[in-house]
Design a protein around this ligand. Sequence first.
Ligand code: HEC
Length: 143
Amino acid sequence: MKLLSQLKWKRVLAVIAGLAVAGGVAAMTQDMSREAIAERIKPAAKVRIAGEATATAAAAQSGEARSGEQVYNQACGACHNGGLLGAPKINDAGDWEGRLSQGMDVLLEHSINGFNAMPPRGGCANCSDEEILAAIEYMISDL
Ligand code: HEC
């Protein structure tokens, strides 16, 4: 009787130990695969972030101003293409008539500092004053 119950206990312990080992292995392989995935996508993620940062930094540091067209397409077109929020549309004489009569200085000042729903620099924080001016000139170049 005593021997039998001892044997039973041994089996129970063996089963518990087996489960523990199996669980541990499962957890380990899961961890490893998660790490492995992270490790595998890391280079791509790095390249993408580096690529974007490089492009922006290159434009900002090259000292070469972006063209009015480039700035317009990047920062202004979203609103000024279709007149979003009441923005004067690109090369729409009717939209610009009254505004142009204020003079370029006022238009530039409004573009740099913001004007009602027009955000400062059109949201292009790293655009220089010259680049903003070029974008305005591009916007009215075909009037
Ligand atoms: C989020 C939308 C939005 C973006 C982006 C935007 N604008 Fe505007 N802009 C407006 C709106 C709206 C007005 C009209 C504001 C008003 O008259 O109340 C406006 C007006 C202007 C005016 C006329 C200001 C005046 O005194 O009449 C100029 C010039 C201008 N924007 C230039 C730019 C330039 C340059 C960019 C890009 C660098 C730009 N905007 C980006 C919405 C935008």
